[in-house]
Design a protein around this ligand. Structure first.
Ligand code: PLP
Length: 396
């Protein structure tokens, strides 16, 4: 099927679809009115590619949505996608479907660690990843990412120090990293991986944003850096961010090492999701089998959106620094030069700009003074959002 870049300019009204971002009643409940532009969720406003819509429509026309098998076609499409798009090889036995990445992470933590165990994480980080540990009474050891010359980096000395001083059981990695948009390089992953191997620490890597890469950046999974790291890693991912299908509630857990995979899969089986959402399974297959070119266009459009934001901020001298984005549909904006206290920025943008950002302070730690916005919008919506921010800042 031929896709076109115009697809991403199309505005689709989502207000009457019970969208967590756009539902007017929910907006009124939280902010008092329904006239906000929401840029807060790691979601996009693009219609999904037609093959996904067709697959779901065809199945929904059948009229019976009973318990559904996951057959080898499903695994074949997942395997082919990772092999062709990312050069990563998995076999069918190494893949387990799930209903979501965060749900999977919670189960990994429950199974592989005990109450009170220490888990290392790199803030600022998408908070549900940290809460997957703290909600289950595990202790977070935080090694903040360092902002150096406009880009975030891991602090390897501090990671090693944490491994030496705490008995860390698990590292939670996010690659590409939400919210700062880094795509970790092979050498960074190798360095982190070597430390994990030296100190015998397992890694769980959330790679849900792996398909959305800015031009010139290459994604490697830590599971594929070396056979030794492959055995030490649990990789979590899904098609839901790439194709804007979070409501389909489907994800995959990839584990190469049979010694940890077999007992974990047995444990996970007891969670009783043996027959998953029929539309999730079909949506994933259609996406991976027929929509690679759509993703090529999506990443091009998102890069153009990123450049648009960059040029807009420069042209209007807005004093907001944009962190270089390497992947994800998100941007991470530094508001620290704006004359507002870090705890006032979010509320100011709500009250005066009528846009909804994601407050940097909500990314576990180390996000003060920053706001995260999704740029997965038709450009005219993005421009409207930037216009609103500019006008609000001019009032200061
Ligand atoms: C890094 C990351 N992981 C996980 C999720 C949520 O995934 P799921 O809906 O599959 O739990 C998000 C959603 O924003 C995310 O950004």
């Amino acid at each position: 099927m031929n896709f076109s870049l115009d697809h991403f300019d199309k505005y689709v009204d989502r207000t009457q679809t019970w969208s967590i971002k756009w539902d007017p009643d929910y907006m009124i409940e939280r902010f008092g009115t329904a006239d906000f532009l929401p840029f807060n969720h790691a979601e996009m406003d693009f219609e999904c590619p037609k093959p996904i819509i067709d697959a779901i429509r065809q199945r929904s026309d059948h009229g019976i949505y009973g318990y559904t098998l996951v057959k080898s076609d499903y695994y074949d499409s997942v395997i082919r996608w990772y092999q062709h798009r990312h050069g990563i090889k998995f076999s069918k036995e190494e893949i387990l479907y799930s209903t979501g990445v965060v749900f999977s992470l919670r189960n990994v933590i429950q199974f592989f660690t005990n109450i009170g165990d220490k888990i290392l994480i790199f803030p600022p980080i998408y908070r549900p990843l940290a809460e997957a540990a703290t909600d289950q009474a595990r202790k977070l050891i935080m090694v903040p990412l360092r902002l150096k010359e406009g880009t975030y980096q891991m602090d390897f000395d501090q990671i090693e120090y944490a491994f030496q001083t705490h008995s860390i059981k698990l590292v939670i990695l996010c690659n590409p990293h939400n919210p700062v948009g880094r795509v970790w390089t092979r050498s960074e992953l190798q360095r982190l991986g070597d430390l994990c191997l030296n100190y015998n620490v397992m890694i769980v890597s959330d790679e849900i944003h792996c398909d959305i890469l800015s031009q010139g950046y290459h994604y490697s999974s830590i599971a594929s850096i070396s056979p030794e790291l492959g055995l030490k890693t649990i990789m979590l991912s899904s098609m839901t961010k790439t194709f804007n299908t979070s409501g389909l509630k489907i994800a995959n857990i990839f584990i190469k090492n049979p010694e940890i995979r077999i007992p974990f899969f047995r444990f996970f089986d007891k969670k009783f999701i043996y027959a998953p959402n029929v539309f999730g399974i079909l949506g994933m297959q259609a996406a991976y089998n027929h929509c690679a070119q759509w993703v090529d266009l999506l990443v091009q459009y998102l890069d153009d959106n990123f450049r648009f934001v960059q040029e807009y901020l420069t042209k209007h001298e807005m004093n907001i620094d944009l962190i270089q984005r390497e992947g994800t549909p998100l941007i991470w904006l530094d508001f620290r030069k704006i004359p507002l206290a870090p705890d006032q920025i979010f509320q100011y943008l709500i009250k005066k700009a009528h846009i909804i950002p994601y407050d940097g302070r909500d990314f576990t730690a180390n996000g003060e003074g920053f706001q995260r916005l999704s740029i997965g919008y038709p450009r005219k919506i993005l421009k409207e959002g930037l216009d609103r921010i500019r006008k609000a800042i001019q009032l200061l």
